[in-house]
Design a protein around this ligand. Sequence first.
Ligand code: PMP
Length: 356
Amino acid sequence: MSNRFAKPEVQAVGAYHLRPHVTPIRLHMNENAAGFPDDLKAEVWRRVSQRDWARYPDFYLREITQRLADHAGVPYEWVMVGNGSNEILQMTLLTTVGRGDHVVVPLPTFTLYKLQATVMGATVHTPLMQPTTNFALPIDEMVWLAREYRAKAVVICTPNNPTGTAYSEAEIRQVVENVDGLVMVDEAYREFHDQDLIHLAREYDNVILFRTFSKALAMAGVRVGYCVARPELVQEIMKVRLPYALNILSETTTLVALDHPDYFRETIQTACCERDRLLAALVALPGVHPYPSAANFILAHFEVGSPTVFQHLLADGILIRDVSSYPGLKDHLRISVGLPPENDAVLASLTRLLVK
Ligand code: PMP
């Protein structure tokens, strides 16, 4: 159903939506299963209650921006913070892409890139990454499309959601060096792969990195993300950001999290170990073909068909992500890495279904 007040570009896209199932085990959003620690929450309450809630936060968000810059290892002017990386991604597209422009987004990947670029009025070119090559980046095709259409932006997600594929610095560099447009690198799952692409942002003026506190840093409900790019670009994106972009609760939680990197290091390590254990166990199940993952989730193909597996897990109180409608991912499902007992429950449920 369309509405005459909505722009044709908005009418043309389907909404990004999630199934509203309520289950005891929730492995569909790639969150940090260990949660945000109670003692740090207490520290957040203490600090937030000392602030003046009746006043707007600092207009320039100086403290948090400086801390994020220190954390990333770049000067203050290279960073912009916002309510989650999605929002900053949208602001970046709003700043750089308009009606009639072209954008390159290799698929399958996070749905939002294409949706938002389309809403901005761009034509989105979508070279396919193939399961047969473990979803390797189609560099030649991306470069060709970007040059042919003078693309304003090229999006790369590494490690990629939902495939879990990490792209090497050399691969990304090949794209960056051969296109004129802005290369938007979404590093939402970077902590699970231990790759730092910050020097790409330092080296090239057509690179912007997006980072989030929603995944490894257990703050999806708090909504904080930031970008790193050359100051000239950050300045332009700042014009698009609304004033007082971050509320004091989000800001304080981020500062507390940055004060306690050790806690998160440990949970990230645990998540990576659990990922590898889950992957090995999935490989051993009949008719399951998981792909290697550098993130906190695993993509797998199921010979019995994704609807059967999805419904079976759901009946056992486990919600995972149905990505079978993504290009090239028929009968594929994505499982977020949970706590050890949650992963055990997934494996037990799949064993009941698949091992006769
Ligand atoms: N980028 C990717 C690749 C994601 O998978 C997600 C969450 N699904 C996000 C960004 C969203 O991040 P945020 O919560 O910071 O908006």
